[in-house]
Design a protein around this ligand. Structure first.
Ligand SMILES: [Zn+2]
Length: 157
């Protein structure tokens, strides 16, 4: 599996699962050891699991940024990544790796997935709202639309 085919979040997840020491520091301008650890962690988890965990990590981030995480969602997140310090390091190393191993265009879009009941729609997957059809014409319609928190955004796989 090529490191280039892994998105940033997937690289972070792979590094977390690898042998990388939690007090690791970059070795020189091009750190091939780091690239090796990304491959190691991704191979260890497998392609599917790496992607799944990265999607959950993105989902958790999306909620966390809006102060919307629930105890259940936090619990699952902490089970998956027990060390916040290691996760922080893995994420920072993953972004550094872009310099030597750019993310392939096809690898960029992974969906954010909420691991647990959705705090916005309670897993209905839809929300009652007023939707703008044409703002200039002041044309609005009320109805159900996909929940913006737990449903994949347009364009994402
Ligand atoms: Zn929802």
């Amino acid at each position: 599996m090529l490191v280039e085919d892994l998105s940033g979040m997937e690289r972070a997840v792979a590094l977390y699962a690898s042998d990388m020491p939690t007090d690791y520091r970059l070795q020189g301008p091009v750190d091939t050891t780091l690239i090796g650890w990304i491959s190691q962690g991704a191979a260890r988890l497998g392609r599917e699991e790496t992607r799944r965990r990265a999607s959950y990590l993105l989902g958790h981030r999306k909620l966390w940024l809006r102060d919307m995480t629930t105890p259940e969602i936090d619990r699952r997140h902490n089970e998956r990544f027990p060390s916040a310090r290691r996760l922080k390091l893995a994420e920072s190393m993953a972004s550094t790796s872009y310099f030597w191993a750019p993310v392939a265009p096809a690898a960029r879009d992974i969906p954010a997935v909420i691991d647990g009941p959705c705090p916005k729609c309670d897993d209905a997957g839809k929300l009652w709202a007023r939707w703008v059809i044409d703002a200039e014409a002041e044309w609005y319609e009320e109805g159900y639309g996909p929940c913006w928190v737990c449903q994949p955004e347009d364009g994402a796989a």
